[in-house]
Design a protein around this ligand. Structure first.
Ligand code: CP3
Length: 347
């Protein structure tokens, strides 16, 4: 049993630092690209056998955890906001949510009904992993999901999202409440189906000021995180560009806080508090550099953790498709070769 990941989530000592990567399954792997010639991303997500296959693909590289293969946007369709991944454009939501009537029309659905195929994949993966590698389930956080719904796709400035948040606070609150209710029940259902840890992806929340986060996002995130944590599984609260929001995010909840590379891990951990575990935070682009170039940066991340129990090595964001597979393997081997020296770590 690979229990390093779960031990680190609970801040228990481990022999070496556990490692997994966001987007560890995907286009950087030849096996994945091969499967994508025959099936779209959505088809893979909707076929539990294929989602199982893709979830397992990267594990031969030696990660300490598996992450369910799915996407944070899958809940849009059962909410009544269908979308597609358009070539070269990313996600496109056919009818973006712009008015109070649009918000009122969104459905809060039962997870087994609307996303039963994901829950079936979780059950299949758990059975297949057979306790050898822990399984992480996930969902997008309400701000990040709302940004896709309101903008209609990816955005560089979140113009419409922020306008709704500031100008129509009641409509915004109704939207965030609906999304949160879907995310909360969906995450609970993933845990019931067998997910052993949960990551909440608030990938784009770093676009907000601390005051806006506090007023318009935090109560919704808190409700989700408290409820999922009450099921007894570790909850990883992740965002990017969150250097100005860390304290707020910690207050919102999470047993593990995920940080990107913009804040040195040691400083981030001090601000988060050593009573929480931390995940991160190598720049994902370093996996495109030769292993001997990336190694000192990875060692520096480990050094920042100072041998304290409760560090999970990861990137600051997902693996990019151009990443050479051999570099990913070399990075995992490097992390696993560094013994944890606990001497001198303050209790
Ligand atoms: O991490 C994993 O290995 C698990 C699978 C996973 C996917 N998406 C599969 C996927 C996870 C955890 C996600 C989360 C996700 N999806 C996020 C949050 C994390 C982040 O990256 O910030 C976001 C914002 C999305 C929405 C999304 N899905 C975007 C913007 C895109 C890119 C579209 C494009 O054309 O590049 C996707 C597609 C997607 N989801 C891929 C994968 C592996 C790309 C591969 C493909 O098209 O086959």
């Amino acid at each position: 049993m690979h229990d390093r990941f779960l031990r680190a989530c609970r801040r228990e000592p481990t022999d070496v630092t556990p490692v997994w990567f966001m987007r560890q399954a995907g286009r950087y792997m030849a096996e994945y690209r091969e499967l994508r010639k025959k099936h779209t991303l959505i088809e893979i997500c909707k076929a539990p056998e294929l989602a199982l296959e893709v979830t397992l693909q990267p594990l031969r590289l030696g990660m300490d955890a598996a992450i369910l293969f799915a996407d944070i946007l899958l809940l849009l369709e059962p909410m009544g906001a269908p979308f597609e991944f358009a070539k070269g454009e990313g996600p496109v939501i056919h009818h973006p949510v712009r008015t109070r009537a649009d918000i009122d029309a969104l459905r809060v659905f039962e997870p087994e009904e609307g996303l039963g195929y994901v829950l079936e994949a979780v059950r299949l993966i758990r059975r297949e992993l057979d306790g050898k590698t822990p399984l992480i389930g996930f969902a997008g956080a309400p701000f990040t999901i709302a940004s896709y719904l309101v903008e209609g796709g990816k955005s560089s400035d979140y113009r419409r999202t922020k306008q709704m948040m500031w100008s129509e606070p009641e409509a915004w609150s109704a939207l965030m409440t609906k999304i949160s209710e879907v995310v909360r029940t969906y995450l609970r259902a993933q845990v019931t189906a067998g997910a052993q840890a949960i990551q909440l992806f608030d990938s784009w929340v770093g676009a907000l000021s601390p005051a806006d986060y506090r007023a318009h996002v935090k109560p919704h995130v808190s409700r989700i995180l408290a409820d999922v944590a009450s099921m007894g599984v570790p909850v990883i609260h992740f965002g990017t560009n969150t250097g100005a929001l860390l304290e707020e995010q910690v207050e919102a909840g999470g047993t593990v806080i995920g940080v990107d590379w913009r804040t040195p891990l040691g400083k981030a951990w001090t601000r988060i508090g050593h009573d929480k575990a931390i995940q991160g935070n190598l720049d994902p682009l370093l996996l495109c550099a030769p292993p001997e170039v990336a190694a000192p940066y990875a060692r520096a991340v480990i050094a920042e953790a100072a041998g304290r129990p409760g560090h999970i090595f990861n990137l600051g964001h997902g693996i990019i498709p151009e990443t050479p597979v051999d570099n990913v393997k070399a990075m995992i081997d490097l992390i696993h070769s560094i013994p944890l020296a606990r001497e001198g770590v303050p209790a």
